[in-house]
Ligand binder design. Structure first.
Ligand code: PMP
Length: 364
């Protein structure tokens, strides 16, 4: 029954059902305004209040103060691949350190190289991006202008379970696929970016959390739109922002704070979900083969293979028929992937786990 499908898509991902119901109402009419959210001016007092509340909610969830700007930008996480070095990478200084840990951190490299000197401080390419570096295999440059890494590799299902680098080198992190899924020591980062379409909303908006003092030395000749300072000054209303997407992200932060009970509570649920699925993998006598090394397993994306491709095709078809959607792996590595972002319930994960056990049983 496709109307009741459970969404395990890598992104855009599932959103909380309560939020979807509020959105449904808001599309017809935002009660306090009397207009559809799709037709409210971005210059209205209502929208200014939406942005102000959302900035505060994100600061509060991350535990940072007003020395961090919270920006809502367009262009996806991809635009940040360029915007970060445009602002923060001196064109003729030391290279910035970049970690190449999977598909998405690989996409960052050519974009950054176009803006200035970078160095790939570690690459997992030779091992097929099956694991992440341990601290003793990382030789980082202590005088790099910054260290850039991706906290969760969405395609391979690899996640760092610690903060990387040294406190005296600026940290910049793409948290697109695990943003607000667990508590994060945000004050140890100079800049965090994350698009909305995994854990916190629809596509169209990307959140950037950036420490104020970083912006002092940015070049003066950047286009306004690509200059964090102009965006900060305008509270992200430099031009017409994606009002709808930003509003949905606000509703998701309210859900996280008031219904879920904060990021520690969210993390506890996400751990239970991931343990359930990895448990199925580990108890399958090698039938389900996890892509990631055990230590680096992602709590968001569980990437795995079956013994052969024909079986994977059958798995996908049967899953689809059972109302389990979005399990096809990323085209870059194939195989299967269950994405279990914040809004995927433990109940949905139980249903997937049961389906996997039954599918394996049926092959004997
Ligand atoms: N970074 C990560 C970790 C991602 O998972 C993705 C997309 N799934 C991107 C960046 C690119 O994001 P966008 O499509 O918003 O540009």
């Amino acid at each position: 029954n496709p109307r009741n499908a459970l969404n395990f898509s890598g992104g855009p991902g599932a959103l909380p059902e309560n939020v979807l119901r509020e959105v449904q109402q808001a599309i017809v009419e935002v009660p306090e305004v009397g207009l559809s959210v799709l037709g409210i001016s971005h210059r209205s007092d209502w929208f200014a209040a939406v942005v102000a509340e959302l900035e505060d909610n994100i600061r509060s969830l991350l535990g940072v103060g007003r020395d961090y700007h919270v920006l809502f930008l367009q262009g996806g996480a991809t635009q940040q691949f360029s915007m970060v070095p445009m602002s923060l990478l001196p064109p003729d200084g030391e290279p910035a350190d970049y970690l190449h840990t999977g598909y998405w951190s690989g996409k960052v490299l050519p974009a950054a190289r176009r803006e200035g000197p970078i160095r790939v401080a570690w690459s997992g390419e030779r091992d097929g991006f099956s694991h992440l570096p341990s601290d003793d295999t990382l030789a980082l440059n202590e005088s790099a202008p910054y260290l850039h890494y991706v906290s969760n590799e969405t395609v391979e299902g690899l996640q760092f379970h610690r903060v990387l680098g040294q406190d005296n080198v600026l940290r910049i992190c793409d948290m697109s696929s695990d943003f607000l899924s667990r508590p994060v020591d945000a004050q140890r980062f100079g800049l965090i970016y994350a698009h909305a379409q995994k854990n916190i909303g629809p596509a169209g908006v990307t959140v950037v959390v950036v420490r104020d003092d970083l912006l002092e030395n940015a070049p003066e000749d950047l286009p306004d739109f690509l200059d964090y300072r102009s965006q900060a000054r305008a509270h992200s209303i430099l031009n017409t922002p994606p009002v709808f997407s930003i509003y949905v992200v606000l509703l998701v932060t309210r859900w996280l704070m008031h219904d879920v009970g904060g990021l520690a509570a969210m993390d506890a649920i996400n751990r239970q979900k991931a343990e359930r699925l990895y448990g199925v993998l580990d108890a399958s006598d090698g039938f389900f083969r996890g892509h990631a090394a055990e230590r680096d397993r992602s709590l968001m994306n569980v990437a795995f293979n079956l013994p052969d491709e024909a079986l994977e095709q059958r798995f996908l078809a049967d899953a689809e028929a059972a109302g389990l959607s979005g399990l096809k792996g990323h085209r870059a590595i194939g195989g299967l992937r269950a994405s279990i972002y914040n809004a995927v319930t433990l109940d949905a994960v139980e249903q997937l786990a049961d389906f996997m056990d039954q599918f394996r049983g049926a092959q004997r």
